[in-house]
Design a protein around this ligand. Structure first.
Ligand SMILES: NC(=O)c1ccc[n+]([C@@H]2O[C@H](COP(=O)([O-])OP(=O)(O)OC[C@H]3O[C@@H](n4cnc5c(N)ncnc54)[C@H](OP(=O)(O)O)[C@@H]3O)[C@@H](O)[C@H]2O)c1
Length: 256
């Protein structure tokens, strides 16, 4: 076979790092796909296409038409729809799919976590008495806060929450990780936060808020991930590279 053709579904730091490693080896053709959600996406080391495909069948058509040999789903662990589509599309046309998923964060001594299944469940779990809530789950899903208007919310996202929430007590911060422990401690203190809503995303870039919550004794309502993907899953960029070598040993050695 010629140079393996690989489509990476991205939107994460891991996807960018994997693309960077593959670009440096120059023994395969890589296209990185982004959903196009962020207004100013980070620069990428390989060619990029942007926007949804139009569902699983259309993704399968795209893979087939482009002659792709491998689909790597390196999307965020909470981007569930595209991951399901990826698994179905690869299966439909008989190519391998690999999911690159960072491991979940684990509760450590001193953590005050309550596990919840979704953002609406987290909002419900805040209770009736007014609390000062740091919503660290991004702009998608932030509107669920409107169901409990008695709380004061601090909402952090990469792009603005549009339309703004119909809440009297809400502050917005626009910021993009990685975040530092010092910065997160200062933010939590400045806004007198007593509870954080977080997704169990895993990884280092957004972990500082969890550490800061532990140090300040703040409760975290931790939104759990959905069921693990049905496709082969690796946890690190290095493991993804090893899996690619395993799939295409001769092509990768020849560097054709
Ligand atoms: N969810 C999060 O918390 C989160 C956090 C950080 C980054 N992200 C990134 O943001 C993107 C969107 O996340 P989401 O939660 O909205 O995803 P989602 O709910 O799983 O996907 C919704 C739709 O967006 C399109 N899409 C998603 N990722 C795509 C990609 N990499 N390339 C092309 N189309 C894509 C697909 O449209 P079609 O069905 O039309 O193909 C998909 O059905 C993902 O790429 C993800 O990695 C998400």
């Amino acid at each position: 076979m010629g140079r393996p053709r690989i489509l990476i579904l991205g939107g994460t730091n891991e996807a960018r790092l994997l693309a960077e490693a593959l670009a440096a080896r120059d023994d395969c053709d890589v296209l990185l796909s982004l959903a196009g959600r962020t207004e100013k996406p980070a620069a990428q080391p390989v060619p990029v296409r942007t926007g949804g495909f139009g569902g699983a069948a259309a993704l399968a058509d795209f893979l087939k038409a482009g002659g792709y040999d491998l689909l790597i789903d390196a999307t965020h662990p909470f981007a569930e729809r595209i991951s399901t589509n990826a698994a179905h599309a690869a299966e439909a046309i008989g190519i391998t799919a690999i999911a690159l998923r960072r491991p979940e964060w684990q509760r450590l001594p001193g953590d005050h976590w309550r596990d919840v299944r979704s953002i609406p469940a987290a909002i419900g779990a805040l209770g009736l008495s007014p609390r000062r809530v740091f919503v660290a789950t991004g702009r998608q899903g932030a509107h669920h806060a409107e169901a409990a208007a008695q709380h004061h919310y601090l909402i952090r996202s990469v792009d603005p929450v549009e339309p703004p929430l119909t809440l009297a007590n809400v502050d917005y911060i626009l910021d993009r990780g990685p975040f530092t422990l010092e910065g997160e401690l200062a933010l939590l203190r400045q806004h007198h936060i007593d509870v954080i809503i977080a997704k169990n995303s895993g990884g280092a870039a957004t972990y500082a808020k969890i550490e800061a919550a532990r140090l300040l004794g703040i409760e975290v309502l931790m939104v759990a991930r959905a069921e693990a993907s049905a496709v082969k899953t690796v946890e690190t960029v290095a493991a993804a590279l090893a899996a690619i070598d395993h799939l295409f040993p001769s092509a990768m050695k020849r560097g054709v």
